[in-house]
Ligand binder design. Structure first.
Ligand code: C5P
Length: 290
């Protein structure tokens, strides 16, 4: 009988992000391409007699019952009437409040991990439903890879494997509230919309230039207005050789796509001097990682 399990929880970026309108339930109708990257939190779940305990390596993560990983554990253990408890250790590498789904991916890893650890009879559809009750990005984090997400973000169409992207991610030294960004969103203030269909066609054809031509994020119209630095970082990354640079999710992280490793490595070294939370990453490939 296994008593503990360790899983990696990859961050995501949005390669496109479009909003089609406001829904009656208060959420926004999304059309976004999500893509996992190899910036990973490492989650270890240990069985314990009772109760849920969360320990994290980051001071920025609240480790009480409001933590999304804690809530994920509580939800699944209660639903399946598990009497036992768990201790969850989160080695936090993904920046917090960054637009990279750090909390959602930890929650997804906890759901998968507890299913395996307790051998629970939960099918993927049910896990997806539990995930959505925790947050709009959790279903994608459970599924992984690259997907077109619509609805709240939970209606997922898998996209085929394509290019392995080399990216530099820059997280400015502040966090933004996703709820606040969506609340301030006004369609009439958007200057550039992505062409999602054209993006997907380029993605399926492994056409990096075509793909980059159609990458946009409409939420930049909110977060860039509040933090002018985001635009400066995007411009800097393009000057340093990125083919394209956009904000991820509700921000403030910026992602930049490079067609070669050398300029990406140089951009990483230069930007890291002024912005500590800078990363050089690539697409997440399940095989070979942990
Ligand atoms: O689903 P989640 O709790 O992660 O979303 C955080 C906030 O982002 C929501 O409370 C909502 O204000 C906003 N949101 C939205 N439309 C979506 C996803 C999130 O308005 N499709």
């Amino acid at each position: 009988m296994i008593t503990s399990i360790t899983i990696s929880a990859p961050a995501k970026v949005n390669l496109t992000l479009d909003i089609k309108g406001k829904r009656p339930d208060g959420y926004h109708e999304l059309e976004t391409v999500m893509h996992q990257i190899n910036l990973l939190d490492i989650i270890t779940i240990e069985k314990q007699e009772t109760g849920i305990e969360v320990v994290t390596s980051s001071e920025l993560v609240i480790d009480d019952e409001t933590n999304l990983a804690y809530r994920a554990a509580a939800l699944i253990l209660e639903k399946y009437n598990c009497q036992a408890g768990v201790k969850i250790n989160i080695q936090k590498n993904i920046p917090v409040g960054a637009g990279l789904a750090g909390g959602s991916t930890d929650a997804a890893a906890v759901l998968k991990g507890i299913r395996q650890l307790f051998d629970l009879p939960v099918d993927d559809r049910t896990l997806h439903e539990i995930g959505l009750a925790l947050g709009s990005d959790v279903p994608f984090c459970l599924q992984g890879g690259t997907a077109l997400a619509t609805g709240r973000g939970e209606i997922l169409s898998m996209l085929p494997d394509s290019l392995v992207l080399t990216m530099v991610i820059v997280k400015p030294p502040y966090q933004v509230s996703t709820a606040e960004v969506y609340k301030a969103f006004r369609l009439e203030q958007v200057k550039r919309f992505p062409d999602t269909n054209a993006f997907i066609e380029s993605w399926c054809n492994c056409d990096m230039i075509g793909m980059c031509d159609h990458m946009e994020n409409v939420l930049e119209s909110v977060t860039e207005e509040q933090y002018a630095e985001i635009k400066t970082i995007k411009n800097q990354l393009v000057q340093l050789g990125a083919i394209k640079s956009i904000m991820s999710g509700s921000g403030p992280s910026v992602l930049a796509i490079f067609d070669q490793l050398a300029p990406a490595a140089r951009a990483f070294e230069i930007i890291k001097k002024t912005c500590q939370e800078t990363y050089i990453v690539s697409s997440y490939l399940k095989e070979g990682v942990l």
